[in-house]
Design a binder for this molecule. Sequence first.
Ligand code: APR
Length: 230
Amino acid sequence: MQKIVILTGAGISAESGLGTFRAEGGLWAQHKIEDVATPEGFARNPKLVVDFYNARRAQATDAAPNAGHLALAKLESEFAGEVILITQNVDDLHEKAGSEKVMHMHGVLAGALCAMCDHRWPAPLVMAPGDRCPHCDQPSARPDIVWFGEMPYDMDEIFDHLASADIFASVGTSGNVYPAAGFVAEARRNGADTIEFNLEPSMVGGQFKDIRIGPATQTLPVWVDSLLAG
Ligand code: APR
């Protein structure tokens, strides 16, 4: 049975109106990573960090999935083989498009995490510093986002999937951030066919056997239809 492993990044949500990180005027042009996406930043100024994610959570709540998300959901539901979807994105547009198995390796805006007891619960639309954990009652709630310097989620399972992938596809990611940027090398090492979807080659674009340049809303539906045509 054929197995397709797909990694997505901010680029797949760009056409749904959610900002990417490293484009001109992107999120990392507006905010310093060390201020809003590190444990140190959160310890230094929890309100700045919580408000940064409150703004992104509100935006993601109002955003609609686009043809790229919908194509991947169609692939998962109609492909005869196995489809594994891994995303670096913390929005829920894959789920809104109908994807059922989504591995959020960088966490989710919709989740809250207790920094003391590791309990997880659905985040309120607006979080505040010192929100209490519903499990241990400590004032230690934080967004369930994996910050720089923290270990992404599901890495063992992800590497197991990369070891047995027949096709590895990467969509809308710049290849700047590891471990995700290293997935293509791992998939190739295990004999997978590799394909990148982006507006331009990513930092690891040269490692892909095939590259489809263009907006994901155009390139993904064409690719999915070709896979489903068998
Ligand atoms: N279709 C396809 N690709 C697109 C589109 C589009 N419509 N729009 C933008 N892109 C591509 C850009 O060319 C770029 O290569 O999406 C990529 C976005 O790159 P980044 O902004 O760096 O986002 P990403 O790669 O997901 O960042 C990875 O870095 O900051 C951390 O945790 C954060 O998960 C994030 C990680």
